[in-house]
Design a protein around this ligand. Structure first.
Ligand code: SF4
Ligand code: SF4
Length: 163
């Protein structure tokens, strides 16, 4: 386990800096220094913003997914993807600013729902074979010059896949 700080929730420079016994929370980047973190959890208890969570560094071996479950997930995801496409068409084809905003929200929420469905069902856990394939496929594709190839290669070398 180690502590991870959500920078969007962190209001900066308060409790965790004082309670951390190793100084792991006091970094220039705002990220917790994993090399110093001893997973005591004091920062999580002290944070007034709920900005820190303990996350595992090793995940359990995943359960096998049944064909029925995979088929159901595919069906629901396809439905959400279709709704996203329809919302995009509405957003791009209207002059009404209110409708444009509504359609934009629908584009985003359909994408998020599809991602949540896959994640919550354990289909996109970091250690899964699906994620490894996704990263490998990303490396095999053509990308603009600013594509962070190094980061993808680092993830592939660092992550322990166990499926
Ligand atoms: S879990 Fe403990 S050691 Fe790690 S950052 Fe939080 S307070 Fe510091
Ligand atoms: S205690 Fe929470 S809000 Fe305060 S600096 Fe730490 S992470 Fe940020």
């Amino acid at each position: 386990m180690f502590a991870s700080r959500n920078l969007r929730l962190c209001t900066k420079d308060c409790m965790c800096l004082y309670v951390c016994p190793t100084g792991a929370t006091d970094t220039e980047t705002g990220q917790i220094d994993f090399a110093k973190c001893i997973a005591c959890g004091e920062c999580v208890k002290s944070c007034p913003s709920g900005a820190i969570s303990m996350v595992p560094d090793k995940y359990p071996v995943q359960q096998k997914k049944t064909k029925t479950m995979c088929n159901t997930l595919n069906l629901i995801s396809a439905n959400k993807a279709q709704s996203e496409v329809i919302a995009k068409r509405i957003r791009d084809g209207t002059d009404d600013p209110v409708l444009e905003q509504l359609a934009s929200a629908l584009v985003r929420c359909n994408r998020l729902m599809a991602e949540d469905i896959c994640r919550e069902s354990g289909y996109m856990l970091p250690q899964s074979g699906n994620v490894r394939k996704l990263l490998e496929d990303l490396l095999a594709m053509d990308h603009p010059d600013d594509f962070p190839r190094d980061a993808v290669e680092r993830l592939l070398s660092m992550m322990e896949f166990n499926e």
